[in-house]
Design a protein around this ligand. Structure first.
Ligand code: HEM
Length: 333
């Protein structure tokens, strides 16, 4: 390969990277547009100067995003259609999985028409990928940061987490983590739950009454919008002992008190109230893996050991400005 060839390859790589960056930036803008349209009334968004321009910017972005995403989906659908029957698809690629669900190429082997389920249209695939991209990124990243903060703030908790890591994974720092391992991390699970209790991601959950009912003596008419105050519930003095304190043991080893509370006073995923988080299992796998990898390999200290966690509320509680010092653990090789 001569110098000119290398330049062409590099410029193609750069082009592809730019395309990816544009797509990611556009998804971010799309996410902001959702928050914007949920929080600002239509009258202001559509008629007030300044807001009107911003609305137009969001509209243009979303049009661009949907058009380009649909083009990618169409292109890949064509490529798969042209493949030989026995040519395997990439079964770990989300787009390929969604394109082949309930078709003869279905990676689960269910094939066309299994259980009367249909294959997915391009628009359904687009909506699913955007849901996963948006739901899966900021909520998980913020919960991860809040958990790191809480562990670093509580040396006793950190010590017990390290012991659990060694107990389950041994001293071989390079040993891969399996799904079975993850299920054994009960103390880590308790730490994540306690983090979600003390800094809930969605402090306010919107709901609407389906029927006329009475709540605590108040009559609630049918179709009344209701805000469920998750944060108050998670810190209710009647339900929780010392609610402001970070005590993962509340959730450790099927603590009976915690089990009862999980039904009524602990709803980080809104389980049991019709709509809930479809990404719960995926989020827990990501969180557990990241936390194990981080605390297995590094000593971590908060740069600011005094201030409370920096939480910014913008449609949900987000972590910002978590500064830590990382130092590789001595016997890590
Ligand atoms: C720690 C991480 C996460 C937390 C705490 C969390 C929490 C929540 C909560 C409280 C809701 C609202 C449910 C409701 O209104 O009843 C929700 C909705 C949703 N979440 Fe998550 N989530 C997390 C991660 C994820 C991940 C990883 C995904 C996708 C892969 C995801 C996808 C979604 C989607 C699509 C919805 C909307 C569901 C609907 O419209 O009915 N979430 N999440």
């Amino acid at each position: 390969m001569n110098d000119n060839n290398i330049k062409v390859v590099n410029s193609k790589k750069r082009e592809r990277m730019n395309d990816s960056m544009n797509l990611f930036n556009s998804i971010e803008t799309y996410f902001n547009s959702l928050i914007y349209s949920n929080s600002i009334p239509g009258l202001i968004r559509n008629y007030l100067p300044g807001f009107k321009n911003l609305s137009e910017k969001f509209r243009k972005n979303n049009k661009w995003l949907f058009y380009n995403f649909l083009e990618i989906i169409k292109q890949r659908r064509k490529e798969i259609a042209l493949m030989k029957d026995n040519e395997p698809i990439n079964s770990s690629d989300l787009l390929d999985i969604l394109l082949t669900i309930n078709t003869p190429r279905d990676a689960n082997g269910y094939g066309f028409g299994f259980d009367n389920e249909k294959s997915m249209t391009d628009h359904e695939i687009l909506a699913t990928i955007l849901d996963i991209e948006i739901g899966g990124r900021d909520p998980t990243a913020s919960t991860f940061c809040f958990t790191v903060y809480n562990i670093c703030k509580n040396p006793g908790v950190l010590q017990r987490l390290r012991e659990e890591i060694v107990e389950i994974l041994g001293n071989d720092f390079l040993r891969p983590i399996t799904f079975e391992d993850l299920n054994k991390f009960k103390y880590l699970e308790a730490i994540i739950k306690e983090t979600q209790r003390i800094i809930p991601l969605n402090p306010l959950i919107p709901r609407q009454s389906l029927v006329k009912t009475t709540l605590n003596g108040h009559i609630i008419e049918k179709d009344t919008p209701i805000w469920l105050h998750q944060e108050k519930l998670h810190k209710d003095k009647i339900s929780w002992y010392e609610p402001e304190k970070f005590i993962p043991d509340r959730f450790y080893h099927n603590n009976i008190e915690a089990i009862n509370k999980e039904k009524n006073a602990f709803i980080p995923w809104c389980d049991g109230i019709i709509r809930n988080c479809p990404g719960k299992k995926m989020a827990l796998v990501i969180l557990k893996c990241l936390l194990i990898l981080l605390f297995r390999k590094y000593n971590i200290e908060l740069v600011d050991k005094i201030s409370p966690a920096k939480v910014m509320y913008f449609s949900m509680n987000r972590s910002f400005d978590l500064k830590v010092n990382l130092k590789k653990i001595e016997n890590f090789y």
